[in-house]
Design a binder for this molecule. Structure first.
Ligand code: SF4
Length: 462
C-alpha cells in the first residue's frame, strides 16, 4: 500500500448534468466529504459524491455549510487514525448545533465490529464499510430511487470545469481487501479478504467514464493484480486490461498497487501489447534483504522481485519503474539495510516511495521490539534519498532532447503540468493563447532534474 499525489477529480460548485435521468429530489442540499489516505479512499469518495450528485446534492465548501458530512478514514498509520478521531470529536460540537445533519464515517476505520466505534463516537449517525455504498440510503433516503443503479454508478464526480485543474483521469477500484498478512500492515484486518468486482461492472463503468470525457483510467486494488481469482467465473488482471483497452476513446490505462507474487508474465505482456496500457510498472518490494522480507511476511524473495523488474524491462520498451521501501523494520541490521541499498543501486528505479518503519497497533510486528532508533531510521532514509537523487538525475538526463506525449493536468504560475505515459512529471510554459488543460501535447524536453522534466510544446493540443 502506498499513497501518492492524486490527479484531482475534485467536486466543485458547478452543477453538472447527472449521469442518469433520475429526478433530483434533494435539490438545494449540500454534502461535505473529508477524505484521508490512498487512492482507494479517493475513488470511494468520488463514488459517494456521484451518488449524492445523482439525487441533486451539491458540494459544500465546509462542514458548516453542509446538510450531510461524510468522513472517509484511513488507519494505515496510528497518526492517521488519531487525526480522524480528532476530527470526529471536533464535529461533535457542530452536530449539537445541527442535530438533523447526518454525520457518516466510512473507510478503513470502520470494521465489521462497530460496537466500540458507536460507544466512542455516539454522535455519528452511520458507520459503513468501504464499498457498502447502499448503506448510505439509511441517512439519504433520496438514494432509494437509485438502488438498482448503485453498483454500476461510476466512481466519479463530474470533472471540474473551472479553476486550473481538470478531471480527465479517474480511479476505478476493481478489487477490495487483501489476502496477504504483511506483518506491519493493518489493511487486511480492516478491509477483509479480497473481493473482486464483477468484470462486466468494471467495463461498463469505464465506458461511462470515457463517455463523460475521461481519457486516463487507473484500476485500483490493495493487490490489484490478484484481480479475478476469487470470482466464481475466474478471471485475471490481464484479461480485464485487454477488455478495458478495447473501449473506444480511452487513451491511457494504469493499475495500482501490485504484489510481486502475482506479477505474472501475462500482466507484463498485456502492458507490452495493449495500446492504452502505459509503460509504467509500480511494484512495491519494501526491503532488499530476504530475512527482513520474511519477517515482513511478504512471501517473495529479493531475487523474484529483481527478476520481475528485469523481465518487465526486457519486454516493455522505455518502461519506467517505481517501488516502495520501508527502512528500520524491527531487527534490520546495517548489513540488511545495505542489501536494500545495493538492490536499489543495481535496479535504478525511476521512483522510490520511502518510509521509515513505525509500529501500527493491531499488527503482528507491533508486538516486536521497535529496536532501530529513530535517528538510525532517519539516516537510512537519507542514505536512500541521496542514492535516488543520483539515480534519478542520471535517468532523467538521458531524456534531454526527447519528445513525450503529456496529458496536461493543471496550470500554475503560467506553467502547464502533466505526465508522460511513464508517469514522469513534465512542466512547460503557457503561450498565453492556447488552453491545453485536459489535452495531450507533445513536449520536447530542454531541461532535466531528478524530480521532473521541463520542455516546450511541439504539437497542437489534441
Ligand atoms: S499486500 Fe501486504 S502491505 Fe499490501 S495491503 Fe496486503 S497486507 Fe497490506
Amino acid at each position: 500500500m502506498q499513497t501518492r499525489t492524486v490527479i484531482p477529480l475534485v467536486p466543485h460548485d458547478h452543477q453538472p448534468a447527472p449521469m442518469t435521468s433520475h429526478p433530483m429530489p434533494a435539490n438545494g442540499k449540500k454534502f461535505f466529504i473529508w477524505t484521508m489516505g490512498c487512492q482507494m479512499n479517493e475513488a470511494d469518495s468520488q463514488k459517494v459524491a456521484a451518488m449524492l450528485q445523482e439525487v441533486g446534492y451539491r458540494k459544500a465548501e465546509s462542514e458548516n455549510d453542509a446538510d450531510i458530512v461524510i468522513l472517509n478514514s484511513c488507519v494505515v498509520r496510528q497518526a492517521a487514525e488519531d487525526k480522524v478521531a480528532g476530527r470526529l470529536d471536533y464535529l461533535a460540537r457542530l452536530k449539537r448545533e445541527k442535530p438533523e445533519m447526518p454525520l457518516v464515517l466510512t473507510g478503513c476505520m470502520v470494521t465489521r465490529q462497530q460496537e466500540k466505534l458507536k460507544q466512542r463516537f455516539p454522535h455519528v449517525d452511520l458507520f459503513f464499510n468501504p464499498s457498502d455504498f447502499d448503506k448510505l440510503v439509511a441517512v439519504v433516503p433520496e438514494l432509494e430511487m437509485l438502488e438498482d443503479d448503485l453498483a454500476s454508478l461510476p466512481h466519479y464526480y463530474q470533472p471540474q470545469l473551472s479553476g486550473n485543474k481538470v478531471g480527465v483521469s479517474a480511479f476505478v477500484p476493481i478489487i477490495y481487501g487483501c489476502n496477504f498478512v504483511c506483518s506491519y500492515c493493518i489493511v487486511p484486518y480492516r478491509r477483509g479478504k479480497e473481493t473482486s468486482r464483477p468484470f462486466s461492472d468494471i467495463v461498463t463503468e469505464v465506458e461511462r467514464l470515457v463517455d463523460n470525457g475521461v481519457r486516463e483510467v487507473t484500476l485500483l486494488g490493495q493487490t490489484v493484480n490478484a484481480y479475478g481469482y476469487d470470482l466464481e467465473e475466474k478471471s485475471s488482471l490481464s484479461r480485464l486490461l485487454t477488455a478495458v483497452d478495447k473501449i473506444p476513446g480511452l487513451e491511457r490505462l494504469r493499475f495500482l498497487t501490485s504484489h510481486p507474487k502475482y506479477m505474472g508474465d501475462d500482466v507484463i505482456d498485456a502492458i507490452a501489447d495493449l495500446p492504452t496500457a502505459c509503460e509504467h510498472m509500480n511494484l512495491p518490494v519494501q526491503a532488499g534483504d530476504n530475512e527482513v522480507l520474511q519477517r515482513m511476511r511478504r512471501t517473495y524473495t529479493r531475487d523474484l522481485w529483481m527478476e520481475r523488474i528485469a523481465t518487465t524491462r526486457e519486454k516493455i520498451a522505455g518502461v519506467t519503474v517505481a517501488t516502495d521501501i520501508i527502512v528500520g523494520f524491527p531487527g534490520e541490521t546495517e548489513e540488511q539495510f545495505m542489501q536494500t541499498y545495493d538492490m536499489l543501486e543495481h535496479t535504478k528505479c525511476d521512483k522510490v516511495h520511502l518510509a521509515m518503519y513505525s509500529p501500527r497497533p493491531g499488527t503482528l510486528s507491533s508486538r516486536w521490539e521497535d529496536d532501530v532508533p529513530h535517528e538510525e531510521k532517519w539516516r537510512r532514509h537519507q542514505e536512500l534519498e541521496k542514492l535516488q537523487l543520483r539515480v534519478c538525475t542520471e535517468l532523467n538526463a538521458v531524456r534531454m532532447g526527447e519528445t513525450y506525449e503529456v496529458l496536461v493536468e493543471s496550470k500554475e504560475k503560467g506553467r502547464w503540468t502533466g505526465r508522460t505515459r511513464g508517469n514522469t512529471l513534465v512542466h512547460f510554459d503557457d503561450d498565453g493563447e492556447t488552453d491545453v488543460l485536459g489535452k495531450m501535447v507533445d513536449v520536447r524536453i530542454n531541461h532535466t532534474s531528478p524530480w521532473f522534466l521541463m520542455g516546450e510544446a511541439v504539437s497542437a493540443p489534441r
